[in-house]
Design a protein around this ligand. Structure first.
Ligand code: SF4
Length: 174
């Protein structure tokens, strides 16, 4: 599916960007495993749901039930202060903590606010979001799954719904 190819290319670009920030400022950044105050994700675009739903379908019942009972104050994938879906986390999660340009200003995690980031290490999140939205529109056109014909999907509602429905969507996406 062309949209999924574009989505993975976008992830590679965001990861390459954040890798460059870590190489330059790593010793000063507070972002590290166990720092999870950014983890309040509630919804994703349908194109971002694909890898998470495919991952969910492969999990044993013990992991599925952890997800279904997920923390109600933070993201449902935060478990023991760690992201249970880290390798397949959505785009926004890959930018957490890093300096981003959004709404005509630079936004930085308060814990990293003492670092003077050079302009080339500030991610243009508006451009990134525009690309993601365009990829999502293509994805919605490419799939004919009614549950995914929407702008955003609430994660808790989706993963707490019937497992049969989730697995059926995953099967259709193959
Ligand atoms: S998906 Fe992972 S990184 Fe993103 S908010 Fe949830 S726990 Fe945090």
């Amino acid at each position: 599916m062309q949209s999924l190819k574009y989505y993975h290319e976008l992830i590679q670009k965001v990861d390459a960007f954040t890798d460059s920030v870590v190489s330059k400022y790593g010793y000063q950044l507070h972002c590290r495993e166990g720092c999870s105050s950014c983890c309040i994700l509630e919804s994703v675009m349908p194109v971002e749901l694909v890898s998470i739903a495919q991952w969910f379908a492969k999990q044993p019942e013990s992991i599925r039930s952890i997800i279904k009972q997920g923390d109600t104050h933070f993201c449902m994938f935060l478990h023991n202060n760690r992201c249970i879906i880290y390798p397949i986390r959505p785009v926004i999660c890959r930018t957490h903590g890093y300096p981003v340009f959004i709404h005509n200003s630079v936004d930085i995690c308060p814990l990293n606010n003492n670092i003077s980031f050079e302009p080339e290490y500030i991610l243009n999140l508006e451009n990134c979001n525009t690309m993601l939205a365009a990829i999502n529109i293509l994805f919605i056109k490419e799939v004919q799954i009614p549950a995914l014909q929407t702008e955003r999907i609430n994660l808790r509602a989706f993963f707490q719904s019937s497992e049969t429905d989730i697995l059926s969507i995953v099967h259709t996406l193959k």
